[in-house]
Ligand binder design. Sequence first.
Ligand code: 2AM
Ligand code: CA
Length: 258
Amino acid sequence: MNYKEMAELVKGWVEEAGDLLRESLQNTSLKVEEKTNPSDLVTEMDKSIEAFYVEKIRAHFPDHKIYGEEGTYDEINDLDGFIWVIDPIDGTLNYVKQKSNFCSMLALFKDGEGVLAFINDVIHEDVYYSVQGEGVYCNERRLEPIEEHPLKEGLLAINTKMALSEMEEAQQLIDEALGVRLIGSAGLEMVQVLMNRVSAYVTTPLQTWDIAPGYVMAQELGLTFTQRTGEPIDLMKKNAILIANPLAHKEIVKTFIN
Ligand code: 2AM
Ligand code: CA
């Protein structure tokens, strides 16, 4: 099976996960638990959607490794071979409180290079996906490459923790941008940048599953996606990220290395 054929197959799984998540919003007695703190939640749907993806991956690609947010880890000591990264619900707090503004995400890496990526914006029924070297699609429509522009001509997405914990840097960026917007789902924040609706997204350290598909898709559109210091992303650890068009990226990095 080539990557395009794999993408068609996996797009079907991601769409099915979206159907299950939309149906689950009717469930008035959803089981919700805290993870690391009261804003870091896990629901029975996070677990069951991860289990759904894992079952499909194991059945079709038994020799591939899996790295999932809700506890499905194969032993991964390096990035050799095929590795699937799963975030069954990104923006779980939004899923619970707002019943919108969340997504379901999957990415596939081969020897550390992103080859497939999927972000299902569940409420809008928009599936974003990419195949290495083939661009990024939203459903049937291919996304346009991003044109360079300075931060002062666009919007900034900055995660709340960063705005509160690194006030000096955050203030500089907020002053520079036309305005600030935040959804509360790293995946959907990155979609805004991919769609050229937001010019840059900058964060405190996020987990690999929060960033993996956006990272893969950004490369297809000519966006620059690095750590805030400008260093390359390290998929084996948490990364405080910066995604922007190359010109805005260059401007913003200066804020963090001065
Ligand atoms: P999650 O919903 O998959 O946990 C806003 O909270 C964004 O930051 C979401 O994409 C969320 O992903 C991510 N995030 C990462 N670590 C988090 C944490 N400890 N608490 C809340 N959100 C976290
Ligand atoms: Ca999640």
